[in-house]
Design a protein around this ligand. Structure first.
Ligand code: URP
Ligand code: ZN
Ligand code: ZN
Ligand code: ZN
Length: 485
């Protein structure tokens, strides 16, 4: 058999197995796995290395305006390059609808932006305006195109769609076999806290964490799960930051609810004390949900180990520490006006490998599952996330023993800081491939702008009418709106 590339001598690691062997690649796909393969126009020596499915970043904000109109620092070129240096072969950023905008228009906008990507991509739609046309025509058209997931917000005045809107959208998702992701924080609790903190003159960055209590997340997760159960729709809770939220996820999964969840490195690695840094330095650590305390970190790590989370995602939301980003609304501003989010797309997998695998929390199988395979399975990237013949040759070759210190330059993004500065990490993705092409090799970029391709994703397995409200004929009521106009 002829191969374009053979990766030989490495330890192959998937979400289910570890074995010594070689991989043969042709036309961008894995075509052979064997103890030894000869030939190959190119042979990559993977001796003493781990050969794993390339990472899939399932939560990143790339070339996306925030709800208040601030464009993130990374476009699809810099964002995908940073992802590649972090061991990712593909990602699923958001394509965000602004109220009044058609979904077709949103997709066209992001198609133009994403054309620069060096890794494969798809989008999760962010739906902020679930009008009848959106629910009945536009979303189904997007699903047909292979965009089979979307995110909705329970917080932010410009984004949240209310409980009725969520039921509408979950019903459409259930009917079409797509998955709803939710940012779960109670909007009114946060606004109530904001008003009282403002009245007391408590406006420094540290009050950001105080304004968004753990209860706000826990209440909203519980409510989101209840809404999803009412219409029997699968649900994915993004960026879980609390022990209470994780416990709800764990309990509901045990009870048979079709529920998925992720947490993020920042909630595992950092604490809210970072917000206390002098001056406005704390602004670098303003993200939502906010950083929590050390006790929560330990609890979240226990849940990562126990399998409560399907993935660990970066929530890369890059706002520079300057007037284009964090301080778009001015330098001397109260915390609610600081742009929310922090970067981390290049740090996600190295952190997870170092703290998780080297630190003794996770097996190599867990690492592949949390960083790649589960996202492929849940979000319908059927050709990715594994090393089987027929899969895309999306591969990351890791040196498990190399050590380095996290620096801004090492992130290869468009940011002017990294929240992970100075962390000592073990394990480096030395060679990263996307569909058989080497895109990163020993610290050098080998990709060309635009070589990434759109991935049409498969629907989620659960499809067709839900069964909870038998008196409502689901076949006639898909898309029926119950939310007030
Ligand atoms: O603070 C964050 N995470 N900003 C990004 C938007 C979001 O809610 O994921
Ligand atoms: Zn060799
Ligand atoms: Zn969010
Ligand atoms: Zn996010």
């Amino acid at each position: 058999m002829e191969f374009d590339t053979v990766i030989h001598g490495g330890t192959l690691v998937t979400a289910s197995e570890t074995a010594r062997g070689d991989i043969g690649i042709r036309d961008g796909r894995i075509v052979a796995l064997a103890e030894r393969l000869d030939g190959g126009n190119r042979r990559i020596d993977a001796g003493n290395r781990l050969v794993m499915p390339g990472g899939i970043e399932a939560h990143a904000h790339i070339a996306q305006e925030s709800s208040s109109g601030i464009m993130g620092a990374d476009d699809y070129l810099s964002g995908s390059i940073s992802a590649a240096f972090g061991g990712n072969s593909s990602f699923i950023p958001f394509a965000a609808q602004h109220r009044g905008q058609s979904i077709d228009d949103v997709i066209a906008t992001y198609d133009a932006r994403a054309a620069r990507s060096v890794i494969d991509y798809s989008y999760h739609l962010i739906v902020t305006d679930p009008s009848a046309e959106v629910l009945e025509d536009q979303l189904p058209r997007a699903f047909q195109r292979g965009i089979t997931s979307f995110k909705v917000f329970m917080t932010y005045d410009m984004m949240n769609i209310g409980d009725g809107g969520m039921l509408d959208i979950l019903t459409v998702a259930r009917a079409h076999g797509v998955i709803t992701m939710v940012h779960a924080e109670n909007n009114d609790m946060i606004k109530w806290m904001n008003a009282r903190l403002a009245k007391a003159g408590l406006t420094e960055p540290r009050y950001h964490a105080i304004s968004r209590p753990e209860l706000a997340e826990e209440e909203a997760i519980n409510r989101a799960v209840s809404l999803a159960k009412l219409v029997d729709a699968p649900l994915f809770i993004v960026h879980v930051s609390t022990a209470g939220g994780a416990a709800i996820v764990q309990r509901e999964r045990l009870a048979g609810t079709r529920l998925f969840a992720e947490t993020c490195p920042q909630y595992l690695a950092l604490t809210r004390e970072a917000l206390d840094r002098p001056g406005m330095e704390g602004a670098k650590f303003v993200c939502s949900p906010p950083l929590r305390d050390a006790e929560t970190q330990d609890a979240l790590w226990s849940h990562v180990r126990a399998g409560t989370f399907d993935s660990v995602s970066s929530d890369h939301a890059p706002y520079r520490y300057d007037e284009t980003g964090k301080f778009m609304n001015g330098r001397d501003i109260p915390y609610p006006r600081i742009a929310n989010g922090m970067p981390g797309i290049a740090a996600r997998l190295p952190y997870l490998f170092s703290e998780g695998v080297v630190g003794g929390h996770l097996s190599l199988q867990d690492f592949v599952a949390l960083g790649s395979s589960n996202a492929a399975r849940i979000f319908g990237m059927t050709k990715k996330g594994g090393l089987a013949p027929g899969k895309d040759a999306d591969i990351a070759i890791w040196n498990p023993e190399a050590t380095r210190t996290m620096t801004l330059a090492g992130q290869h993004d468009s940011m002017d800081y990294t929240p992970f500065e100075g962390m000592e990490l073990t394990g480096v993705p030395e060679v990263v491939m996307n569909r058989g092409a080497v895109i990163v090799e020993h610290g050098e970029l080998r990709a060309t702008e635009g070589q990434g391709q759109f991935v049409a994703r498969a629907p989620h397995a659960l499809r067709g009418p839900g069964h909870r409200v038998k008196e409502l004929d689901p076949a006639r009521n898909f898309g029926a709106r119950i939310a007030p106009e």
